[in-house]
Design a binder for this molecule. Structure first.
Ligand SMILES: [Zn+2]
Ligand SMILES: [Zn+2]
Ligand SMILES: [Zn+2]
Ligand SMILES: [Zn+2]
Ligand SMILES: [Zn+2]
Ligand SMILES: [Zn+2]
Ligand SMILES: [Zn+2]
Length: 98
């Protein structure tokens, strides 16, 4: 899966292990939950870690919900669930991997 390159301009805060924002393991990198956005370090600046395209998760039997045991993170207008290093979001009766 590819990720759009959306550079966050005027992002003066530097995320780090103790910066106070929740760390969200995402594939090979870490996102930081920042005011409903997910920011990742990229070449000395911060990108919005936004999915491009639509990746429906096939064979996802588990149903995420509050208390399902997976961490939740607010992402824009929806909630992502952290599932084995992926972010899963409910969409039209299935789960998107993004
Ligand atoms: Zn931070
Ligand atoms: Zn940020
Ligand atoms: Zn990410
Ligand atoms: Zn779950
Ligand atoms: Zn999301
Ligand atoms: Zn999942
Ligand atoms: Zn979907």
């Amino acid at each position: 899966m590819t990720t759009l390159h959306e550079e966050h301009s005027a992002h003066t805060h530097t995320h780090g292990p103790a910066c106070g924002h929740a760390e969200v393991p995402h594939g090979d990198h870490i996102d930081y939950a920042h005011d409903g956005h997910l920011h990742r370090a990229h070449d000395g600046h911060w990108d919005e870690c936004e999915p491009s395209g639509h990746n429906a998760h096939a064979g996802h039997d588990h149903r995420h919900a509050e208390g399902c045991g997976h961490a939740r993170v607010q992402h824009g207008d929806h909630v992502d669930y952290l599932h084995d290093g992926h972010r899963h979001a409910e969409h039209d009766g299935h789960w998107d991997d993004h």
